[in-house]
Write a protein that binds this ligand. Structure first.
Ligand code: NAP
Ligand code: MG
Length: 506
C-alpha cells in the first residue's frame, strides 16, 4: 500500500464533467437536470374516436371528424367526431332512457358501487390518464400525474360515498334526481372537470351527456372506455365531442333538466341567456382574476413559492390562478427580486419530462391570446420581465412573465389572460389591499399571506371570492365546495354543497 502511494503519478486536477451528455451547467453555474422523459410506449391512441352514446361508440350522423393537436409538437394527435344536433338528440334520448329504465330506480347502494368502481379504474389506469392528459393538453406530467388524476379519482370516491347517504345529506327531506344533466367542460383540467361534473350527478341518480373541450377530448373518451369496463348501464354516461355548437345544442335541448357549465364568462353569459325562461337548473363555473395579497409580516420565501405556484402552475391555465399580486410596500422590492430569481430556475419545456415546471400552452389560439396580452401590457406602459430560459423550437411555449408598474385600470390587470402572466401592484394598508383585490368583475379565488391569524380572518372575510387560501394556494379537496362570486359564476361544486344542484328536495 505504502509502495503504491510512493509510485503513484501525481493526479492532475480536472473539473468534474457530468457523465451524461444532457447534464450541463447553466449560466449561473448550477447543474441542470438530466432529461427525465416519461415513456409513452404503453400508450394507445386511436387515429379516430367516435361518440359514446348509449354504451357504445358510434359514428357521428354527418361523419365529420376534427383533428386534435398535441401542443408540444404542433402535430395532430388523433381526431374526434363532430357531434351535430341530431347526435346530441340521440345522446339525450339515451340518457333519458337510462334514467327512467335503470339508473333512477337502482338501489342507491348499487349506484354507489358503480361509482366506486369508476374511481378504482381511474386509479388503476392513472399513469395512462396522466400521459394522455399531458400529450393532449400540454400540462406537465408531474401535475397530471400528481394533481389531475388523483383528484379526479378522489372526486369519484367521495361522491360514491354519498350515493346511499343522501338522507343524511338532507335530513328530513327526500332528495330526488332531476333527470338528464347536460355538462360542458373546458380544456384546462379535462379529466378533473369531468369528475367534478359526472361524480355528483351519478351519485344523486341523474344520467349525463357531457361535452369535453374540443382541444382536450381524449381523456373523456378514455373515461368512456372505463364506463364500459365498469359495466355501467348503457346510456348513464354519454360523451359527445365537438365545438361550441355541440355545447349549444346540449344547452338548448328540451330533454335536458340541468346544465352544468365550466368555462369562460363570455360563454357563461350566452348560456345564461339561453336558459332564461326555461325551467332548467344550472350551475356556472366561470373565469377569474385571482388576487394574492402578501403582507409585510408574511414568511417571504414561503410566499414567493406560493406566488409561483399560484400563477405558473399549469401554465396559468387555472380559473383560480393568483394572477394579480398585491405586495405591501415595505417588502415589494424584496419580493419582486426573489420572484425573478425563482423564475430563472423554472423549467419550461416538454410536458412529458418529469422535471418540467411549465409545459405547453394548450392551443395555438390560447398561445396567440397570451402573446397579444403581453404586447398589450407593454403598450399600456407596464414594465415586463420574463425568465431568460430557452424555449423549445416547436410547440406553443411561453416564458413566465411579470408585469410591474401597472395600474388598476390596465386591461392586463382587469382581464383574464389564462396564461403564465403575473401583474404586481403594491398597497400600504390592509383596506387598500382589499379594495384593490375586489376591484375586478371576477370573484373566484385568492390568497392572503401573513403571520397574523386575525389578519387572515379579517382580510379573507372581506375579499369577495368563493375561495381564499391563507399562507398557501391551489389546494383542492373533493370535500370542499368551490365556486365564484360576481362574474365568476353561480352555484357550488364539490363537497356536500355540490349535491344540491343535482336534486329536488321534497
Ligand atoms: P370556453 O371557451 O367558454 O369553453 C368551455 C366549454 O364550452 C368548451 O367545451 C367549449 O367548446 C364550450 N362552448 C363554447 N361555446 C359554447 C356555447 N356557445 N354554448 C355552449 N358551450 C360552448 O372556455 P375555455 O376557453 O375552454 O376555458 C377557459 C375558461 O374556463 C376560463 O375563463 C376559465 O377561467 C374557465 N374555468 C373556470 C373554472 C371554474 O371552476 N370557475 C374552471 C376551469 C376553467 P370548445 O371547446 O369547442 O370551445
Ligand atoms: Mg389537444
Amino acid at each position: 500500500m505504502a509502495d503504491d502511494q510512493q509510485t503513484a503519478e501525481p493526479v492532475e486536477e480536472k473539473p468534474f464533467k457530468p457523465s451524461s451528455p444532457s447534464s450541463k451547467l447553466n449560466f449561473d453555474g448550477f447543474w441542470e437536470y438530466n432529461d427525465a422523459p416519461q415513456s409513452t410506449d404503453s400508450i394507445e391512441i386511436k387515429d379516430q374516436y367516435d361518440l359514446f352514446i348509449g354504451g357504445e361508440f358510434v359514428a357521428p350522423e354527418k361523419d365529420r371528424y376534427f383533428d386534435s393537436v398535441n401542443p408540444t409538437t404542433e402535430e395532430p394527435l388523433t381526431s374526434f367526431a363532430e357531434a351535430t344536433q341530431q347526435d346530441v338528440d340521440k345522446a339525450v334520448k339515451a340518457a333519458r332512457k337510462a334514467f327512467t329504465k335503470s339508473w333512477s330506480t337502482l338501489e342507491a347502494k348499487e349506484r354507489g358501487k358503480y361509482i366506486f368502481r369508476l374511481a378504482r379504474l381511474i386509479q388503476e389506469r392513472a399513469r395512462e390518464f396522466a400521459i394522455l392528459e399531458s400529450m393532449d393538453g400540454g400540462k406537465p406530467i408531474r401535475e397530471s400525474r400528481d394533481v389531475d388524476v388523483p383528484l379526479a379519482a378522489a372526486h369519484f370516491f367521495y361522491y360514491a360515498g354519498w350515493a346511499d347517504k343522501l338522507d343524511y345529506a338532507f335530513p328530513g327531506k327526500k332528495a330526488e334526481p332531476l333527470g338528464v344533466a347536460g355538462q360542458i367542460i373546458p380544456w384546462n383540467f379535462p379529466l378533473l372537470m369531468l369528475a367534478w361534473k359526472i361524480a355528483p350527478a351519478l351519485a344523486t341518480g341523474n344520467t349525463v351527456v357531457l361535452k369535453p373541450a374540443e382541444t382536450t377530448s381524449l381523456t373523456a373518451l378514455k373515461f368512456a372506455e372505463l364506463c364500459r369496463d365498469a359495466g355501467l348501464p348503457e346510456g348513464v354516461v354519454n360523451i359527445v365531442t365537438g365545438a361550441g355548437q355541440t355545447g349549444s345544442a346540449i344547452v338548448n335541448h328540451d330533454g335536458v333538466d340541468k346544465i352544468a357549465f365550466t368555462g369562460s364568462t363570455e360563454v357563461g353569459k350566452i348560456i345564461k341567456k339561453s336558459l332564461a325562461g326555461t325551467d332548467k337548473r344550472y350551475t356556472l363555473e366561470l373565469g377569474g382574476k385571482g388576487p394574492n395579497i402578501i403582507f409585510e409580516d408574511a414568511p417571504v420565501d414561503q410566499a414567493v413559492e406560493g406566488i409561483i405556484n399560484a400563477i405558473f402552475f399549469n401554465q396559468g391555465h387555472v380559473c383560480c390562478a393568483g394572477s394579480r399580486l398585491f405586495v405591501q410596500e415595505g417588502i415589494a422590492d424584496k419580493v419582486v427580486q426573489k420572484l425573478r430569481d425563482r423564475m430563472e430556475t423554472l423549467i419550461v419545456g416538454d410536458p412529458l419530462d418529469k422535471n418540467t415546471d411549465i409545459g405547453a400552452i394548450n392551443s395555438e389560439q390560447q398561445y396567440n391570446k397570451i402573446n397579444e396580452y403581453l404586447e398589450l401590457g407593454v403598450s399600456e406602459g407596464a414594465d415586463m420581465y420574463q425568465a431568460s430560459c430557452e424555449l423549445p423550437e416547436k410547440g406553443y411555449f411561453c416564458r413566465p412573465t411579470l408585469f410591474t408598474n401597472v395600474g388598476q385600470s390596465n386591461r392586463i390587470v382587469q382581464e383574464e389572460i389564462f396564461g403564465p402572466v403575473l401583474t404586481i401592484q403594491t398597497f400600504r394598508t390592509a383596506q387598500e389591499g382589499i379594495d384593490k383585490a375586489n376591484n375586478t368583475p371576477y370573484g373566484l379565488a385568492g390568497g392572503v399571506w401573513t403571520d397574523k391569524g386575525s389578519k387572515i380572518f379579517n382580510v379573507s372575510g372581506k375579499i369577495r371570492n368563493g375561495v381564499v387560501w391563507a399562507n398557501t394556494y391551489n389546494q383542492f379537496d373533493p370535500t370542499s365546495p368551490f365556486g365564484g362570486y360576481k362574474e365568476s359564476g353561480e352555484g357550488r361544486e364539490g363537497g356536500l354543497q355540490g349535491l344540491y344542484p343535482y336534486v329536488k328536495l321534497k
